[in-house]
Write a protein of this length. Sequence first.
Length: 303
Amino acid sequence: MISRYAVLLSMTSKRFFYVILMSVGLEERLIKVENKTYKTELDFNDSWDLVPQEKYVFQFFHQQLNDLEANQIHIHGVKLYKTEKGMVITGLLRHSIAKNVMFDQVTLIVKNEKGTELAKKTFDMELFGELGPQKARPWKFAFEDEHVLVPLEDIEDQMPFEMLFENYEKVVNDFTLLLDENWENGLSGDQKEYVSNLVKNLDPLKVNEISVVGFHLTETPEAVSIYLILRNAFSQTLTIDNLPLQLFDAEGKLVSKLGFPLGEFKIPAHQARPISLAFSRESFIVENPDFSSFSIELVPQQL
């Protein structure tokens, strides 16, 4: 059984930014608030002697990739070439860490479009060298016959494929919306459908994470009330006694930081449960915050 203290630490391990529904008078509009991302810069190993045309090809593939979130390491397969005894894959290894990175060994998995594993191998990365901050570098990975997991005739030259690290983190995609009696009776059919669709369209969570999603904000002279959805990616029911949150305005300024006692607020495994909380204006640390958009984060906790 997971302790409540452990749950609190787990739920505060990362920062979250989400799709928010903002109310302005009688008008409602959707606002997308995204976590900061990083664009990598292409880098070539000194041992690679490439002509300009070859560099252009890698630049083209690199420009098609999505930006990375903070402190993320990613590999993207560029081309797969079948050989007599296996295959050789060119991939782009990149990261968003703000310092140099050295890879001793990496274990890579190759999958086809249907998700079937085609090959798996651990590579010594000594020759790859050190990769500078927020850089991306192409490299070739040879998978011999003993590392291919399917008959060689199932491998086609330049076939579509996916390359990923073996130790990729599992995620939870499907969350069931849980409405208690108050929410069940207080929402109209259209509102229930909206919240249900919002839950379905949120990004997946890593296993053993909990997230906070703000989806509606209202203002009064005394307070700002925010409607949240809490998602539980643990395999057990979580009980939350206290929820520490911080509120940011449209300019990214910290407006308020409060802990909300919830009693025994239970969220079953892989479910999403809404709750409404009010930030008193007396707790604001900035004057006249701009709530044309906003973000909610869990307050990082110290051990």
